[in-house]
Ligand binder design. Sequence first.
Ligand code: IPE
Ligand code: IPE
Ligand code: MG
Length: 226
Amino acid sequence: MNQMKHVAIIMDGNGRWGIKNKKSRNLGHRQGLKTVEMVIEETIKNKIKFLTLYAFSTENWKRPRIEIRFLLNLLESFLKENIDKLDKNNIRLKVIGNLVRFPTKIQNLLTISQQRTKKNSKLQLNLALNYGSKDEIIRAIKLIKKKKYEVNEKMLNKFLYTFGIPDPDILIRTGDTCRLSNFLLWQLAYTEIFFVKKMWPDFTKKDFVNCIDSFLSRDRRFGKRV
Ligand code: IPE
Ligand code: IPE
Ligand code: MG
């Protein structure tokens, strides 16, 4: 049996959960952080080395400014409150995405957090922030052209934000929505996808383990005839 190396998650449904349970989208985002802590713990327990969380897409800038500000503040306080714990638990933090649009203090915090944890080896936690797959691919092609290298699969992999990270074995999307929303389009070519009806704050340990278990029973053919 293959050891699973990489789980990617589109954490969707915070807003709807918030409206339904707390009458506020933002309180749904806050509640979603509890699920983040749970999946980090479970990923480690299952000896999975990479966890990628879609936290903010290139399209999410279209949201009301007040929600964006809330999300950025939440990110800032999450990092400040948890960086010691992440480091102590031997977790490496890596950002994928284009940070230039973020406030300088958040950029600095992310740089420091990545620097501080870069030698950690139990789990690599990739946070997708201002991440968009189309943006990532175009950026990679531009970099390759600038260096006058040949464009091929290996070279493209090398210039993506995810260089050095194995492609996800599974993608989980919560929130009862069956689409990829510009997430890891290249890297998900052969990933097993699980769409979960529950909203992200309601996603439990049992739901997570169910996805992992059903992955193990799926027949991955990679185009071969077996
Ligand atoms: C996902 O939850 C979190 C982010 C995009 C930051 P949403 O905010 O998209 O929640 P819904 O889909 O509107 O319920
Ligand atoms: C995808 O969720 C982005 C994140 C979870 C960060 P969205 O809620 O933004 O996706 P759409 O708009 O439903 O496609
Ligand atoms: Mg959504």
